[in-house]
Ligand binder design. Structure first.
Ligand SMILES: *Cc1c(COP(=O)(O)O)cnc(C)c1O
Length: 485
């Protein structure tokens, strides 16, 4: 703000008297027509007041009016920028929870926009004119794609699990294998969710081995539910055993106890058919369980929501539970989910039309060719900052799917220029990463061995990416990234 202040800023240029802080009225009155129409008088006045207050607090020489005006304009522009904004996810994790997970196809985004700006038949049956049920918009599609008899949609998969537990086993025991009492992504811990749902946890077996007889011994009059949980972000290998799923299901049926399976990701298609490592499908899980819960924004590739699918009588109990009302989703979610589910009706085009599958199935050779083609342009924008090269790397699906399997990919590697050994390199790397986060569309990579690795598996908008990089100023410019100040 004081960059352009003259050497002896305390003297006013015209009167040579000590410069005083100009009045709010003078600064707002003198604001350009453009600034006033863009931001409005209220916001301009507030920004002027804030900047003047900062000058008073800082003390020292008073900057000239031009500098104050420029600080006000900068503040107004910064306030305009939305907090939630698009970024380039080049971390190599395709379904990155912190970066918004699945990307919607444009058709789904348009379906969302259409019901947002106009009234819709969210809970209205157009055939009869009577009240409708919001799940009706997707239930038929989910059943068709999974073989389920019925389905409900809630806020996310954590909510789906909570709801199933509460609806089917409140004040009763839920039998779970010790090896499946997992924590997923920090705040979702199976035992905690169970307690909140009002269920009593009955652990059976050991961490690495659980047998059918362990379940058989635990099942009794107090049992409300048997639950299986996909271990998601970890794998137990070596001397392991689990109850054979079909036999476990038969045992539950004998006792009249429902079996629920929390799939986490839960794919709607066999990923192996697309050359990817296999992940349990919802259809396969429903052959060995009565209800299945899974996320809408993991492998399914839609928006944040949780789906409970399965036996009609059990889904009816889930739907009637008062928590369903608290956990229900908005019309935006139904619009996006319906549009994405419809893509699955055309499996021949799915790998092209569904962004998650399109990115996951990109061959390494194509990503490598893209990286080599982009290096010259990237190197130009990074001149003075880093040396640019191409390297093989490994992408991940993310969001708990296939924790041990990986996808070969290619990356553009930015190795910071300069002296100073490893310590210096680490600092320069962090500085560059900070600048990349400050770009108009922030670029997020991962730091590895004092270099920034940009996995190009998820780069589709090359022009937008290069345009954002073109705003990288030289490392010697004092101008910090917009967040850095
Ligand atoms: C991801 C996951 C959840 C939580 O799903 P959200 O949609 O993120 O709420 C629950 N269970 C398992 C096994 C998961 O992998």
């Amino acid at each position: 703000m004081t960059d352009s202040a003259p050497a002896r800023p305390t003297l006013d240029d015209a009167t040579q008297a000590p410069r005083r802080i100009p009045s709010v009225e003078r600064l707002v009155g003198g604001a350009s027509e453009e600034v006033l129409t863009t931001y409005g008088r209220t916001a301009v006045t507030e920004a002027v007041r804030t900047i003047l207050a900062e000058i008073r607090v800082q003390g020292g020489p008073v900057p000239d009016e031009a500098a104050i005006r420029s600080a006000v304009a900068k503040k107004l522009a910064a306030e305009r920028r939305p907090s939630l904004q698009p970024v380039f996810n080049l971390t190599g994790t395709v379904l990155h929870t912190n970066l918004g997970r699945a990307l919607l196809p444009r058709s789904a985004a348009e379906a969302v926009a259409a019901v947002m700006v106009q009234a819709s038949n969210l809970e209205f049956d157009l055939a009869t004119g009577a009240r409708g049920e919001r799940d009706d918009h997707v239930e038929g599609l989910i059943c068709r794609l999974t073989g389920a008899e019925a389905a409900v949609v809630v806020n996310n998969n954590a909510a789906a699990v909570l709801l199933v537990l509460n609806a089917l086993a409140m004040r009763r025991e839920v039998v779970v294998s010790r090896g499946e009492l997992v924590e997923i992504g920090g705040s979702f811990r199976v035992p905690d969710v169970m307690a909140r749902a009002g269920c009593r946890l009955r652990e059976v077996g050991t961490t690495n081995r659980t047998h059918l007889r362990d379940f058989a011994e635990a099942l009794g009059p107090r049992t409300g539910l048997v639950m299986k949980v996909h271990p998601s972000n970890y794998a137990i290998t070596g001397f392991t055993a689990e109850a054979e799923p079909m036999a476990l299901h038969a045992l539950c049926q004998e006792h009249g106890v429902p079996l629920a399976e929390d799939l986490g990701s839960g794919s709607l298609v066999d990923l192996a058919a697309y050359g990817l490592p296999p992940e349990p499908t919802v259809r396969a899980a429903l052959a060995r369980a009565d209800v299945v819960t899974f996320s809408g924004d993991k492998l399914l590739g839609a928006v944040q929501c949780g789906i409970v699918a399965g036996r009609k009588d059990l889904i009816a109990r889930v739907r009637k539970n008062p928590l369903k009302r608290a956990l229900r989703v908005d019309k935006m979610t139904y619009a996006a989910l319906e549009a994405v589910l419809r893509l699955y009706l055309h499996p021949e085009q799915l790998a092209e039309e569904l962004p998650t599958l399109r990115l996951l199935t990109r061959p390494q050779a194509a990503i490598d060719a893209q990286a080599h083609a982009l290096v010259p342009a990237i190197a130009e924008h990074l001149s003075g900052w880093a040396t640019v090269s191409v390297a093989e790397c490994i992408s991940q699906i993310g969001s708990g799917a296939l924790p041990v399997e990986t996808l070969p990919s290619a990356a553009v590697v930015l190795t910071p220029d300069g002296e100073g050994g490893r310590r210096g390199a680490g600092g320069r790397c962090k500085r560059l990463a900070e600048r990349l986060r400050g770009l108009p569309v922030p670029v997020i990579g991962r730091i590895s061995d004092d270099a920034i690795v940009l996995d190009l598996r998820t780069l589709e908008d090359e022009a937008g990416f290069l345009d954002s990089l073109s705003h990288l100023s030289s490392p010697n410019d004092g101008a910090p990234g917009r967040r850095a100040c």
